[in-house]
Design a protein around this ligand. Structure first.
Ligand code: INI
Length: 181
């Protein structure tokens, strides 16, 4: 396996235990669905996700980016992307800040529940790359350029789950996920 450039701190190590290299994502196709609410931050999440995919061997033409107005629209858009059967995983990205809205719990809660429901109903892994925080400062910390980018993290999780499911399909061949050890 090549150099480890993915999860670099303790929290991320708990999330993703495989070692990512520049071929980890080869052969997979991904959709990235991005909410435009808090656009500066969600752009940073999108860039983090793209960087993780590119550094893991996903060619530019193997992922597509789609935009929705807000996090509330993420579940249906992610479901539509999943239903095309063109993607091995979908990465849903958004930012919901409690101070911004009295209906934080509805937007964040429905985005989270809807994404899980869309994933279960389609059988396509949909990553929850939605930053939900109490303050703008906390959100900024999760949308950074290097470590601490939830988009980067969600894309690595997408690669890990896509790999796991491919290994489940291709029983006995090239198992690489420690989760089946
Ligand atoms: N959408 C977000 O993605 N983040 C938010 O913080 C937010 N706030 O604050 O309200 C938000 N609202 C819009 C919502 O997601 C829908 O786009 C809108 O309600 C139309 O359905």
């Amino acid at each position: 396996m090549g150099a480890r450039f993915g999860p670099q701190n303790g929290r991320q190590d708990l999330l993703s235990q495989i070692t990512f290299d520049k071929t980890s994502a080869a052969g997979f196709r991904f959709a990235i669905v991005v909410s435009r609410w808090n656009e500066e931050l969600t752009t940073s999440l999108k860039n983090g996700a793209k960087r993780a995919l590119l550094e893991s061997g996903t060619p530019e033409d193997s992922f597509e980016v789609f935009f929705v107005p807000g996090a509330f629209e993420l579940p249906l858009a992610a479901k539509k992307a999943a239903e095309t059967a063109r993607f091995d995983a979908v990465i849903a990205l958004g930012v919901v800040i409690r101070g911004d809205t009295p209906h934080f719990d509805f937007v964040a809660g429905q985005a989270s529940a809807g994404i899980m429901q869309a994933s279960l109903s389609t059988g396509v892994p949909i990553m929850f790359g939605v930053v939900t925080t109490n303050s703008l400062e906390q959100a900024v910390a999760r949308c950074g350029n290097n470590n601490g980018n939830k988009g980067f993290e969600a894309a690595l999780s997408a690669i890990e789950v896509a790999t796991l499911f491919r290994n489940m399909r291709d029983e006995g061949q090239g198992r690489v996920s420690p989760h089946v050890a």
